[in-house]
Design a protein around this ligand. Structure first.
Ligand SMILES: C[S@@+](CC[C@H](N)C(=O)[O-])C[C@H]1O[C@@H](n2cnc3c(N)ncnc32)[C@H](O)[C@@H]1O
Length: 262
């Protein structure tokens, strides 16, 4: 997979040399390049922004400079590259987006600063046939798109086949196909600070461990993310799941799970 990041702070992306993403870069699994937007400026001061039309506070990033940069970096036939624009006004990035992006051949991240990138940039590339994703990493505002790009690149890269040593570890994770949060995890020592690892995990009984983990995942999701329980398809749940959910205050009504009235 190829990923390009265009930013006015290339050093921000140095973290991509570390850990599994860094290793994937070194082994050639991931071809990741970071570009300085200012390399496409033409003035002495390497200016990338200007005042907003219509007035108001702050500065806006100029479309002509972004256009020159993205024409170069997107390169090739448009269908092979996707432009990703991190923005707090985008769709909220989820594991589903990460899965979809991991299937792309080439991603180009355009990191905004100031009040953001002139809106014509996304409009222009969409009209030219380039798939464009405007994505937010959550309902808060950062100073720039670099941290958002780091978040998305890490979430996407770990789904690229060969990136994570044991692909089994991706299967039961939070936000996976089961639509649940992950169960609590434990390691040695079996007793620490007066707290013991649940006995069932030491039993060696595979079936009981599986059932306990699923029950914990359902219980945790019900307490922390009731929106995820509401989104479950009851047809994918077994009798035991439905009994546990009833104990936790959920019932199936009109083909979906809803809180039972208190
Ligand atoms: C200060 S923000 C601009 C905010 C913009 N004026 C608004 O209110 O929507 C500057 C840049 O940070 C990035 N950014 C800020 N918050 C973000 C978020 N929650 N998700 C993704 N990118 C974000 C975007 O690249 C954005 O262009």
């Amino acid at each position: 997979m190829r990923i390009d990041v265009v930013t006015i702070f290339p050093d921000y992306l140095a973290a991509l040399d570390l850990s599994l993403v860094g290793k994937a870069r070194r082994t050639g699994l991931l071809d990741l390049r970071v570009h300085d937007l200012r390399d496409w400026t033409t003035d002495r001061h390497r200016t990338v922004d200007d005042t907003p039309f219509g007035g108001g506070a702050g500065m806006v990033m100029r479309p002509d400079i972004w256009g020159r940069a993205l024409d170069d970096v997107l390169g090739g036939p448009p269908a092979q590259s996707r432009l990703v624009v991190p923005t707090p006004s985008g769709e909220v990035f989820t594991q589903r987006h990460a899965e979809a992006l991991a299937g792309e051949e080439h991603l180009v991240f355009a990191c905004g600063r100031y009040e953001g990138i002139d809106a014509r940039v996304a409009e222009h590339y969409r009209a030219a046939g380039v798939p464009v994703s405007e994505l937010s990493i959550g309902d808060y505002v950062l100073n720039g798109g670099e941290v958002a790009a780091l978040v998305m690149i890490e979430a996407v890269a770990r789904l690229v086949p060969g990136m994570v040593g044991n692909p089994e570890s991706l299967v039961e994770e939070s936000h996976g196909a089961a639509g649940l949060l992950e169960y609590p995890v434990y390691t040695k020592p079996p007793e620490w600070a007066g707290l013991e690892v649940p006995e069932v995990l030491l039993s060696g009984h595979h079936g009981r461990v599986e059932r306990w983990r699923r029950d914990e995942a359902i219980t945790r999701t019900s307490a922390r993310r009731p929106d995820m329980i509401e989104a479950l398809d009851p047809a994918t749940l077994d009798k035991h799941d439905l009994r546990l959910l009833a104990e936790l205050g959920w019932a199936v009504a009109d083909g979906r799970l809803a809180r039972t009235p208190a």
